[in-house]
Design a protein around this ligand. Structure first.
Ligand code: SAM
Length: 202
């Protein structure tokens, strides 16, 4: 069972952090640097839409999806993004009636993988890979230890994550310790990973 969120409370927390002057757009900036202007991007586990909304502001063609209705209800206030209520483990946005075209990049920011229902990681990665064009990129960022995760999130082992990606036809391209591109270190406690779907142009 996936943790349930309170969308309004989550959005208030994000707004309070933003009000302190903290940069809230590292994830969007990181993704924007990886694709062509106007690229098609899916914000997977979009929550209240923080990352997807920023990517739309930057001129990308963005869709977002989340399983939690209260989170998605906040996201839906932004009409520059196509928002979908869906479980990533069953995601089928490329099928009718939605029929989204394949994406150039899928981003799962903000601990989406540690919040998945237990045992569904491999299936979610299969689904996300299926929404990428050949050569498209999956970008994820999540904490790796208790110090970098909320109490209710599970710890996802990074080697297991890479195995799940490999099983879904996703090859590791690069890994960092922060969304600012700081060098990867296994003891950093946080991993930003870029995987590429095999079989196509870069
Ligand atoms: C900590 S929030 C991050 C939200 C957003 N990505 C951000 O960075 O602000 C994690 C999100 O993952 C979503 N999530 C967890 N499991 C999911 C699933 N199986 N399918 C879709 N979304 C899921 C939760 O509902 C929640 O909105």
């Amino acid at each position: 069972m996936t943790t349930s969120f309170d969308g309004e409370a989550y959005a208030e927390r994000i707004a309070a952090i933003a009000a302190t002057g903290k940069d809230m757009h590292g994830e969007a900036r990181f993704c924007a640097a990886l694709v062509e202007p106007g690229a098609r991007i899916l914000d997977a586990g979009c929550g209240t839409g923080r990352v997807g909304a920023r990517l739309a502001e930057l001129g990308f063609d963005v869709a977002g999806t989340d399983v939690d209705p209260s989170m998605l209800a906040v996201a839906q206030r932004n009409t520059d993004v196509r928002w979908y209520l869906a479980d990533l483990a069953e995601l089928a946005l490329h099928e009718p009636p939605v029929a989204e075209s394949p994406f150039d990049l899928v981003v799962a920011a903000g601990n989406v993988f540690p919040f998945l229902a237990a045992g569904t990681g491999p299936q979610v990665l299969q689904r996300l890979a299926g929404h990428l064009r050949p050569g498209g990129l999956l970008v994820s960022g999540f904490g790796l230890d208790r110090a970098h995760l909320p109490a209710e999130a599970a710890i996802v082992d990074i080697a297991s994550y890479d195995d799940w990606c490999a099983g879904a036809g996703l090859d590791l391209v690069s890994r960092y310790s922060t969304w600012d591109g700081d060098a990867w270190s296994a003891d950093a406690g946080y991993a930003v990973s870029v995987h590429r779907r095999g079989g196509g142009r870069r």
